[in-house]
Design a protein around this ligand. Structure first.
Ligand code: FES
Ligand SMILES: [Fe+2]
Length: 334
């Protein structure tokens, strides 16, 4: 069973909408096999397990509003109830035990989100206004698998100091590593940083300038950033969310939005994002310990790490254990 009470009650990204056609799709979430499938009435998520002989439903097919097991053809409706057992006459009653586990599942921003436990009405999905805003063009980055714990991956996204080194020449410049003082604020349901200036090649054309980054920690596996070029009003935003497949394996899904360069191909921005995350992977997959230490005494911190500190403290306070060392972060003012 799921080990993490916090993440199971959270909306977790599972896959891009475009990657789920009418063929069922298996996704590993928190070490569990989940099957996603699409019918005319929408998207659905079940435990990927047939009650008959334990086959994976994801190997089957969709028939009308049902998913059909590949092994002996049992059919489950969108509530997870078995409604057809081909080996018995249709008039025979199907035992109520013949069912699979259904999870809450919604589609938003081109991402399929799953909630494995708890009330689906209780928590809102992360906010990302740029999606659907006509002033922005939004691209789904290619799914990227990292052999690293989800909290390590999210923290890397929130780490402003690495831009000058890991992404020297693109997102940052190693000649300008200094991070000015900034604060992080709790705003209702999330952490938001002050605007942090980063000197870099502003648009990938050798046109150097200062970009102002704002980081937001939305949930344990979801964050966003906005960077603004005050010279020309260009805004780049990203919703970054991690599918926590296994303790040390994660899949990054990211929505990349811009209010400029609107005629550029999606491929250009996907390629750029792939290049960036490959650079991140070389570091993040080699961090030790693999699980994010939530005890602030475990590693050293600088004022420039305030977003990461807030993230670690929040995970500790919430009680996240999956992909972290699971100890409560010690309270330390940020
Ligand atoms: S294992 Fe699914 S129908 Fe037999
Ligand atoms: Fe990075």
């Amino acid at each position: 069973m799921f080990q993490d009470k916090v993440l199971t009650h959270d909306w977790l990204a599972a896959a891009y909408s475009d990657d789920l056609s009418y063929k069922p799709l298996q996704v590993m979430i928190l070490d569990e096999r989940v099957v996603l499938f699409r019918t005319k009435s929408g998207v659905h998520a079940f435990k990927d397990l047939c009650i008959h002989r334990g086959a994976a439903l994801s190997g089957g097919k969709v028939a009308g509003e049902c998913i059909v097991c590949p092994y002996h053809g049992w059919e489950y409706n969108t509530d997870g109830m078995c409604v057809k057992i081909p080996q018995q006459p249709p008039e025979r009653v199907i035992p109520p035990k013949a069912r699979t586990v259904k999870y809450a599942c919604v589609e938003k921003y081109g991402i399929i989100w799953v909630k494995l436990a708890g009330d689906p009405e209780e928590d809102e999905l992360p906010q990302y206004e740029e999606s659907g805003d006509p002033e922005f063009k939004t691209v789904c980055a290619d799914p990227f698998v990292l052999h690293a714990a989800a909290p390590r991956v999210v923290e890397n996204f929130l780490d402003v100091s690495h831009l000058a080194f890991v992404h020297d020449g693109s997102l940052g410049d190693s000649n300008y590593p200094l991070i000015p003082n900034y604060r992080v604020h709790w705003q209702g349901n999330r952490y938001v940083s002050d605007e942090i200036p980063v000197y870099a090649d502003a648009d990938g054309t050798g046109n150097y300038g200062t970009l102002y980054y704002t980081f937001e920690i939305l949930r344990p596996t979801t964050a966003r950033l906005k960077k603004v070029n005050r010279e020309n009003g260009q805004i780049f935003s990203m919703l970054f969310t991690v599918v926590p497949n296994h303790e040390r394996k994660s899949t990054v899904l990211a929505l990349v939005s811009r209010n400029y360069d609107l005629d550029q191909s999606d491929e250009y921005y996907k390629d750029f994002q792939n290049e960036i995350i490959l650079q991140d992977a070389s570091v993040v997959e080699n961090q030790r310990p693999e699980e994010l230490p939530l005890d602030l005494q475990a590693e050293l911190h600088l004022p420039a790490d305030r977003v990461s500190i807030a993230y670690r403290q929040w995970l500790g306070k919430l009680g996240v254990t999956f992909g972290s060392d699971g100890t409560a972060a010690r309270s330390k003012a940020i």
